[in-house]
Design a binder for this molecule. Structure first.
Ligand code: ATP
Length: 333
């Protein structure tokens, strides 16, 4: 039986994602309801190292469920990669008697949490907060639904213009290593082609499919590209600009337009789904610490809670199945 936890810390780390505030609110209110003290750690692991930590109460999280971003702010902390940095961070937790942690972020943030728990024995729970959705052991990650809906809304508008001209529109969405935003927004907007980092669609295949569409007088050509898609394996250049450069090189006279959606995909009020899963995960993350289910990532699989040990959540990735590629091809035909 593990020792009873009395004081917990909560932080957001890595890229921000809409719905993180709803998760913080759920963690704080569940913890207080269960008789724990809660401390907010500012700017991810940086705040832990620099002792930027404050006690929270139920009112600290009032009126934030509908807000994007994170009231605790977030950061990528270089110092936390070193053992010395983590030791300093742990000493600051120890000073306040913080004996449990909830980390909201992606697999990098969970790696940090896992190391801290291994080195200093502090129990951690991870909440998947990333717009990328590629984490193993969960059907949902907080922020993905909002990001993908923002992308869909923007692409719909671009399609109206694409519909009015015979041009190739290439839209870049976020996803340095994962193509989920591209896949979902591309399918939902009827894109002719979807290019993702996980799938090696060669340039020859893409040019062939564009030529074929042109022959069939398919007037709207909309291609959705993930920012991490690398069209030429021999070059490090990625994303929509590189795709356009290569297409224009091959298909002379093909008129192209590029739109890079960028950071609008991270902001804005979270959708109902993101608020709902964030609330559910936040509640269960605290329950895990109380019930001794330590060093796991809380997830939702087939509408049930699912707990993945942090070392597995760090190692494994959610993969895009081959059947999706068939669906993309058939529906664009
Ligand atoms: P996103 O999905 O938005 O990229 P993430 O959590 O994967 O989120 P990272 O930048 O990879 O984002 O990690 C966030 C922070 O977690 C890092 O800045 C660092 O402080 C900590 N971290 C990541 N990897 C490690 C590691 N190997 N050792 C210690 N700390 C780490």
């Amino acid at each position: 039986m593990s020792a009873k936890i009395n004081k917990i810390g909560v932080l957001t780390s890595g890229g921000d994602s809409p719905g993180m505030n709803a998760a913080i609110r759920a963690v704080v209110r569940t913890a207080i309801y269960r008789g724990l003290e809660v401390f907010g750690i500012m700017r991810g692991y940086n705040g832990m190292i620099e002792d930027d930590i404050y006690q929270m109460n139920s009112r600290s999280v009032a009126n934030i469920i509908q807000r994007g971003g994170t009231i605790l702010k977030t950061a990528r902390s270089k110092d936390f990669y070193s053992e010395e940095g983590r030791k300093r961070a742990y000493e600051n937790l120890q000073k306040r008697g913080i004996d449990g942690l909830v980390v909201i972020g992606g697999d990098g943030s969970f790696t940090g949490a896992y190391k801290l728990s291994r080195e200093f024995g502090i129990p951690c729970t991870g909440i998947p907060g990333t717009i990328d959705k590629d984490l193993y052991g969960t059907d949902f990650t907080i922020g993905f639904d909002t990001a993908v809906n923002t992308a869909v809304e923007a692409i719909d508008k671009i399609r109206d213009t694409a519909d009015s001209h015979d041009r190739l529109f290439i839209v870049e969405v976020m996803g340095r290593h994962a193509g989920y935003i591209a896949l979902h927004s591309g399918i939902a907007t009827g894109a002719e082609n979807i290019l993702m980092p996980e799938v090696t669609t060669t340039l020859d295949e893409m040019v062939a499919s564009l030529t074929e569409l042109e022959k069939r007088k398919k007037l709207v050509n909309l291609v959705v590209v993930a920012e991490g898609y690398q069209p030429n394996p021999d070059s490090d250049l990625k994303g929509a600009n590189e795709v356009v450069r290569l297409v224009e090189e091959r298909l002379k006279g093909f008129e192209t337009r590029v739109t890079i959606l960028g950071h609008i995909q991270r902001g804005g009020p979270p959708t109902c789904i993101d608020r709902f899963i964030a609330s559910r995960m936040g509640y269960h993350a605290v329950q895990c610490l109380i019930e001794g289910r330590h060093n796991v990532m809380v997830g939702i699989l087939h509408d049930d809670m699912h707990y993945t040990p942090l070392e597995i959540a760090i190692r494994e990735k959610q993969k895009i199945g081959d059947d999706w590629l068939n669906i993309v091809k058939i529906l664009a035909s």
